[in-house]
Design a protein around this ligand. Structure first.
Ligand code: ADP
Length: 314
């Protein structure tokens, strides 16, 4: 018995344990199933999933025995589960708008011109916005897939950090105003220029500000701030005093399609992919992103980015 076995099974070699004490709950096929060269099944120990493969050696009546090889497949199982969950999510996310489109077009067709004009226009509006939602989901998925395969053509340029933040501010200030929020930007004029894909970074920050606007009840306060932590690290924060996020949900927010309140996010036009893309994009810039939140108090997203990446290398 090697040390890994001891720790997987929680037994000690010195204790002289029996086969049943180690593998008592390992389900094995009935004898009648014929001769096999090996047997394999799974057991769970201390929250880990182990496969046990048993193979006989030597003659069973003399000197022989059975060798057990144990594999920890916990991580693999987690990946498989994540993949399955992802496919289920994609299907569900696309099916919801599709179902809506179908029911509205069917109604329009059945009524064949008998509906009042305003109703028709309203239904067609819903069909258009559901089709737009599907297009957004597909675009976001393609972006993620390109990031996954490192095929995102990032176009690195040298640009003014302050100008980029100002562009985000200008793009969002009207939107924030419409929701009755006060939105301010706190960034010194003297921020150094930086290298990166300006358009993509801008999009990431716009998304995060747009979350702050969406998930803050009317009349909130939102701040976009930036400062240099040292010569080469830029810190950008977006802070709101909105609805916040329950503690248990925070660690999962960067997962694809993860949303605290699915209905609310959909109603606000969200795809549940914004933060996942933000994370990948920031990491493609060798940076990091964090989110801190307190329920009913507010949320703060912090992005750290190096400003001196080489221009040719993404
Ligand atoms: P969505 O498209 O749904 O906004 P995101 O990936 O951008 O997707 O965000 C994931 C989820 O995180 C959102 O559905 C929302 O529940 C939560 N969230 C993100 N930002 C905030 C925020 N500033 N305040 C409260 N909840 C937020």
């Amino acid at each position: 018995m090697n040390p890994a076995t001891e720790s997987y099974l929680g037994v000690r070699f010195e204790d002289n344990v029996t086969f049943d004490e180690m593998f008592g709950d390992l389900a094995l096929p009935e004898k009648s199933e014929g001769r096999r060269t090996y047997l394999q099944n799974e057991i769970t120990r201390y929250g880990r999933i182990l496969t046990v493969t048993l193979a006989p050696y030597g003659a069973i009546d003399r000197d022989g025995g059975v060798m057990a090889v144990i594999h920890d497949i916990t991580e693999q199982r987690k990946l498989d589960d994540a993949r399955r969950e992802f496919v289920a999510n994609v299907s569900h996310e696309l099916r919801t708008p599709l179902t809506n489109i179908r029911s509205y077009t069917e109604t329009l067709m059945d009524a064949a011109g008998d509906l009042p004009r305003e109703t028709e226009v309203k239904f067609l509006g819903i069909v258009t916005s559901e089709a737009e939602r599907m297009a957004r989901i597909v675009t976001d998925l393609l972006t993620l897939s390109k990031l996954d395969y490192n095929q995102m053509d990032l176009r690195f340029t040298h640009f003014s950090t302050h100008a980029m933040l100002e562009a985000v501010y200008n793009a969002m200030v009207l939107n924030a105003g419409e929701q009755g929020h006060s939105f301010k930007m706190e960034a010194p004029d003297l921020l150094p220029d930086m290298n990166g894909d300006r358009e993509r970074l801008e999009q990431v920050i716009v998304n995060i500000v747009s979350n702050a606007i969406k998930y803050t009840p009317h009349g909130g306060h939102i701040t976009l701030a930036a400062r240099m932590l040292d010569d080469r690290r830029l810190e950008i924060t977006v802070e709101d005093d909105g609805m916040g996020i329950p503690k248990d949900d925070v660690p999962r927010l960067f997962e694809r399609f993860y949303r605290v309140d699915k209905a609310r996010s959909r109603e606000k036009g969200g795809t549940g992919l914004g933060l996942a893309i933000a994370k990948e994009m920031v990491e493609a810039h060798h940076g990091s992103i964090r989110l801190k939140s307190e329920l009913d108090k507010g949320t703060k997203v912090t992005i750290l980015l190096p400003i001196d990446l080489p221009l040719e290398e993404p």
